[in-house]
Write a protein that binds this ligand. Sequence first.
Ligand SMILES: Nc1ncnc2c1ncn2[C@@H]1O[C@H](COP(=O)(O)OP(=O)(O)OP(=O)(O)O)[C@@H](O)[C@H]1O
Ligand SMILES: [Mg+2]
Ligand SMILES: [Zn+2]
Length: 363
Amino acid sequence: MAVDQLTEQSVMAALGTVKDPELNRGMVELKMIQDVALIDDRTIGMRVVLTTPACPLKNRIHDDIDAALATLPGAPKAQIKWDAQVSRTGNIPQRQQIEGVRNIVSVGAGKGGVGKSTCAVNIALALSQLGARTGVLDADVYGPNVPILLGAEGAKPYAENEKILPIERHGIKLISLAFFIEPDKPAIWRGPMLSGAVRQFLFDVNWGELDYLVVDLPPGTGDVQLTMSQSIPMTGAVVVSTPQDVSTADVGRAIQMFNTLKVPNLGLVENMSYFVCPHCGERDDIFGHGGAKALAERMRVPFLGEIPLDRRIREGGGPGVPIMVSEPDSPLASVYREVASRLAAQVSVRNFKQASVIPLRTI
Ligand SMILES: Nc1ncnc2c1ncn2[C@@H]1O[C@H](COP(=O)(O)OP(=O)(O)OP(=O)(O)O)[C@@H](O)[C@H]1O
Ligand SMILES: [Mg+2]
Ligand SMILES: [Zn+2]
C-alpha cells in the first residue's frame, strides 16, 4: 500500500470535509479536530474537541471522520482522543455573569408537581457523570426540596471570603433556598425580598468552575423567573410537562413566558410519559402518546425526550440517592442521559449561534 501517498496535506484536506452535525460547519475550521498525526500506515491519530462531554453525536462524528479518511490511499482509520471544551454563554447587555459559570439552564414547569425537581436533579447528575462540572441551584421558593432529593437535608454551607460555598453531593454542587430558611418556619417571600434573596444566591456563591448550572425554578410564571432572567445571562430554559397537562394551557404559557423574557427555550421534556409494567415489561401509554412532542413542534421548541412513570424514579436508591446514582447503568438512567445530552447539544448550538452574531470579546 502506497503509504507515502498520504501527506499531511491530503489528510487535512480529507478531514476538512467533516462537518459538525449540529453546527453544520467544518470541524477542522472550528478547531474541533486538532493534533492530527500519522501513527502508522493504517492509523491517523487526532484529538477531537467537542463542545460538551455530553455530546449525543460522538458515534456519528467518528463515522463521518472514518468516511472522510476512507477516501485516502490505504483508507486509514481514525484513532480519536476525545476531549471537550464546554462553550460559554456570551454576554448579554445589562446582565451580570456568574463568575466561573459557563452556562445556566433553568428548569421550569407550567404548574407544580409534574416532576420538575426530579428531572432537574437527574439531568444534573447525568451531565456530571458524562464529565461536565455541574451544579444545581434550588430556587423554588415555594418548596425547595432539592436537598432532600440529594441527601443534603439540613446541610449548612460555609462562607469563605464573603462567598457561600456550595454543598457537594454525588459529584455535583448544590445551593438551595432551604439552607437559609429556618426549618418549620414557612418563608413568606414578598416581591423585593424575594428578588434580593435570588440575587444573593446568584452572586454571593462561589461555584468554582462550572460547565452547567441547573436551576430548579418555582412552577408557573412569576417573580423569580422575572428576577433571574433580568439579572443573569440565562442560557435557556427547559420546560417539564406531563402528558395530562399538555392538553391544558399551562405548558404553552410556560414556554410563552420564557419567550417573553427572552430566555431561549432549550426544550420540552415529557415526564411520567408512559408506564412500563414491572411484571411483563410491556409499555402502556396510559395517557396517550405524542402530545408533548406535537406541542413542542407547534411551538417550535426542541423536544428533549420522554421519561416514563416508574416507581424506581421516585424511590431511587432510598432517601437522598437518585436513580442516576443508584442505578447508573439501568435503562431509566439512559433515558435521563439522552435527555441531558440533547439539552447539552442545544446549549452548544445556542452558544455557537450567539457567538456568530455577537462579536466574541477576548477574555
Ligand atoms: N418519572 C417519574 N416516575 C415516578 N415518579 C416520579 C417521576 N417524576 C417525579 N416523580 C415523583 O413525583 C413527585 C413530584 O415530583 P417532583 O417533586 O420532582 O415535582 P415538582 O414538579 O418539582 O414538584 P413541586 O411543584 O412540588 O416542586 C415526587 O414524589 C417524585 O418522586
Ligand atoms: Mg420541585
Ligand atoms: Zn404486565
